[in-house]
Design a protein around this ligand. Sequence first.
Ligand code: HEM
Length: 185
Amino acid sequence: MTQTPRYTLTQRLLHWLIAFLALLTLGIGMILGSLGFEGTQEIFGKATTNAFYTGHKTGGVLILIFMFLRLGVRLVSGAPPYPSPLNAFERVASRTVHGLLYVALLTMPILGWLATAAGGYPVQFFAWNLPGMIGQDKALSEILFSLHGIVGWVSVGLLILHIGGALQHWLIKRDAVMTRMSLFR
Ligand code: HEM
């Protein structure tokens, strides 16, 4: 029996690493965005709130680094051929959602980084503070934070479509699409 062609091991490792980081960082971002600094402190306490902020910023910077790496690998290695061709709708839908996920996951951390710096807050990466890149500007910071939040919600929508599509191939159509990205056969 011929085996399903798969993404390279580097691409599959990066996919699952970024998936884990994105779900975690988006989850924390939703908490911080909906409760705000004071609200988060009231419910979770000071230490956990600080850990949420550091974790969210660190996760975002890691996603940015891994996404650049992933884009480079994708441009060099491409994508494997499908074992059986997708129909026209699946082809357009998967290309659009994958493309928009690349754009969203590269844009979101950059917006968060610049919004944080413009607001005069530290751009934390683990125990370090990274350079802000732009000067302090409160009005600009508010605009950038709004955009950061909008791209965040768009990403949630894209991920629901993406994970729904993957599960549909895996559990309903039972074809080999999931195998292309899985770490183990
Ligand atoms: C339970 C969660 C997830 C599952 C089951 C899943 C599954 C898959 C599968 C099967 C593919 C290959 C599709 C194909 O060959 O046409 C794929 C590709 C992709 N996934 Fe996911 N995924 C998940 C989470 C995520 C998350 C959280 C992200 C974003 C952070 C993401 C971003 C992408 C992107 C951008 C591609 C296209 C890869 C490329 O062609 O370069 N996935 N995923």
